[in-house]
Design a protein around this ligand. Structure first.
Ligand code: ATP
Length: 354
């Protein structure tokens, strides 16, 4: 069993608080992605779990064992880095065997493990080659095979696909997901790519400014972002946020739009933010009494859908619409936000109201 527990981990570099009291639990065999923009602390957190960086305070447990003061090689982990550092002077076989040789494993075990990892990563045909004779994607697979060959309980990966071109990255993402499903490894994977995170993760820890702002399965992070940062960081285009004044009537609170009142949570203050994804509007070209009028500013044909920029109560929003909708700049759309997919947030704190 290799569950990982990070307890109140803090990391300060001089004046910079890279990590502010992080708590994180990863279950045995779970695939967790640390996602966030550059500088949010994700690499620092991964390196602390690996033992390559020390925490200013806090503790790390792997498989119930307190590893806070243990060296990386005592933690039963394997790592794959951004530049995947495979050795150019070693053959693929010797690269994959490297960790096992370090552990002084017997030759027969080395042969078995290398064969298994090579089969899993589809690199058996290249075992005698040198890295310079491989494509970027193949080298990438060698790096992952090398990590898997030691059969680590925990696999830590820091942007392992970031050196690949877009198409290969897409292929490798799917491949990695398929391959890791066949192992019993607990994985923590660092990326700033939200699509990669959505695709790979059982749970995503969204990080911002040294904090984990939300830790939940991808669908929940997408549909119920904890705050405006998460709603804006995940999704392309990001979630729309539209500000409305709030009024109270018969003990209930409503967002007052140009021509309709929308029920909002009781905790709303004087103003409220409506968070809504571009695909969560019902669109009509004719006015109805409770639909929100939205003059169209721009129409972009993107193939599978139209991306429409429109103005809602004088605030710009993005709408995904059917590619065959007949609409032009200057037309007015009448929008019904899907109430079940609408998030209400506090404009002061940016956090969701329940
Ligand atoms: P990126 O995606 O750019 O790698 P990240 O989210 O992984 O970013 P970290 O590398 O963990 O971010 O850095 C978090 C913060 O800590 C940043 O402000 C960074 O400048 C700072 N930091 C990291 N390592 C050091 C160091 N050795 N000395 C000083 N500051 C550091």
């Amino acid at each position: 069993m290799a569950e990982i527990r990070v307890e109140q981990v803090q990391r300060v570099f001089g004046n910079t608080t890279a990590l502010a009291e992080i708590n994180l639990e990863v279950q045995d065999q779970e695939f967790v992605v640390l996602l966030g923009p550059s500088g949010c602390g994700k690499t620092t957190l991964l390196r602390i779990i690996a033992g390559l960086e020390t925490a200013t305070s806090g503790r790390v447990f792997i498989g119930g064992r307190d590893v806070t003061n243990l060296a990386p090689r005592q933690r039963q982990i394997a790592m794959v880095f951004q530049n995947y550092a495979i050795f150019p002077h070693l053959t693929v076989f010797d690269n994959v065997a490297f960790g096992l040789r370090m552990q002084r494993a017997p030759q027969q075990l080395i042969n078995e493990r290398v064969e298994r990892a090579a089969t899993l990563m589809h690199i058996e045909p290249y075992l005698k080659r040198y890295p310079s004779q491989l494509s970027g994607g193949q080298r990438q697979r060698v790096a992952v095979a090398r990590a898997l060959a030691v059969e680590p309980q925990v696999l830590l990966m820091d942007e392992p696909l970031s050196n690949l071109d877009a198409l290969l990255r897409l292929e490798m993402r799917a491949e990695l997901k398929t391959l890791l499903q066949g192992t019993k490894t607990t994985t923590i994977y660092v990326t700033h790519d939200q699509v990669e995170a959505m695709s790979l993760a059982d749970r995503i820890a969204v990080m911002h400014g040294g904090h984990i702002v939300q830790y939940a399965p991808p669908v929940e992070v997408y549909e119920e972002p904890a705050n405006t940062f998460v709603g804006g960081f995940i999704g392309n285009p990001p979630m729309n946020f539209v500000r409305f004044p709030v009024h109270e009537q018969a003990g209930q609170k409503y967002a007052q739009t140009a021509n309709a009142a929308l029920r909002v949570p009781d905790e709303a203050g004087r103003e409220v933010l409506m968070g809504i994804r571009p695909e969560d509007f019902s669109i009509s070209l004719t006015a109805t009494s409770d639909a929100l009028p939205a003059p169209v500013r721009l129409v972009e044909h993107l193939g599978p859908h139209l991306l429409i920029t429109a103005s809602l109560d004088d605030q710009l929003i993005k709408i995904n619409a059917d590619p065959h909708l007949s609409v032009r700049t200057g037309d007015t759309l009448y929008l019904q936000p899907n109430a079940r997919r609408t998030r209400w947030l506090d404009p002061e704190t940016g956090f969701a109201l329940t």
